[in-house]
Design a protein around this ligand. Structure first.
Ligand code: Z5A
Length: 208
């Protein structure tokens, strides 16, 4: 089997990452891999507390730089406590969002200087580069429609459509710049079609 142990899922809100991660897990387990699924921000007790702070609509006064460093603090803990030990023991780690989200949300979304994000990201995770990133891409409206029945919004979801358009464009640009790492999936397709696309990609990336 080829060396594809660290897989990340990315995309704007509501495109189906949490749903797709279960599909990835199932396919990898069918291939005999020991799979850890996790998410950012979160994945650890400390990280989940930081996640609550980041998502709470009570914290609307949070500055973009505070947001960046809270995300990175959660990531440092996540790498130390979950990702690093799992990879070291030969497990396959599948993570709902990772550093591409930081460039897309805090860079393109919040407008922070990309060089600051890169320095800060490199400081905590220079060696953790996903071997495969599945970018679930769909028009912003599709994501909005899919989450609108939840009955609540978090601090990010309260942002307007233009914010998410910038994020989507940033993700697509990152995928264009790193075609070997990224696979872009049309997430506006049905669940069955998205699952088939994931299956084909993993089939191609892994020895059968
Ligand atoms: N964030 C950041 O700013 N910087 C960073 O570095 C990191 C994160 C790591 C985390 O929120 C927030 O953190 C995120 C960015 C920020 N905020 N935003 N926006 P989150 O993890 O809670 O939010 P999310 O990542 O946007 O996840 P989500 O809203 O739960 O969406 P999703 O996981 O992509 O979608 P889903 O829950 O799988 O699906 C949504 C619904 O659509 C659900 O009812 C599904 O059954 C349905 N669905 C899924 N796929 C389909 C298809 N193909 N057809 C039809 N219906 C579907």
């Amino acid at each position: 089997m080829k060396n594809y142990e660290f897989i990340t899922l990315e995309g704007i809100e509501g495109v189906g990452k949490s749903t797709a991660i279960q599909v990835v897990k199932r396919i990898l387990e069918e291939k005999g891999r020991d799979v850890v699924i996790t998410r950012e921000p979160g994945g650890t007790a400390i990280g989940e507390k930081v996640r609550d702070i980041l998502l709470s609509t009570q914290n609307n006064e949070m500055s973009p730089v505070s947001e960046l460093f809270l995300l990175l603090a959660a990531r440092a803990q996540h790498l130390a406590e979950v990702v690093s030990p799992a990879l070291a023991s030969g497990k396959c780690v599948v993570c709902d969002r990772f550093f591409d989200a930081t460039f897309a949300y805090q860079g393109a979304g919040r407008g922070l200087d990309i060089s600051i994000i890169k320095s800060a990201t490199d400081l905590i995770s220079p060696f953790f580069i996903p071997t495969l990133t599945l970018l679930l891409d769909a028009p912003v409206e599709v994501g909005f429609q899919r989450i609108k029945n939840r009955g609540h919004t978090d601090r990010f979801e309260e942002q307007n459509r233009v914010f998410f358009e910038r994020i989507r464009a940033s993700y697509l640009n990152r995928a264009r710049l790193e075609p070997k790492r990224f696979c872009v999936i049309d997430a506006s397709q049905s669940l069955g079609e998205v699952s088939n696309s994931i299956e084909l990609i993993l089939q191609d990336k892994f020895d059968s």
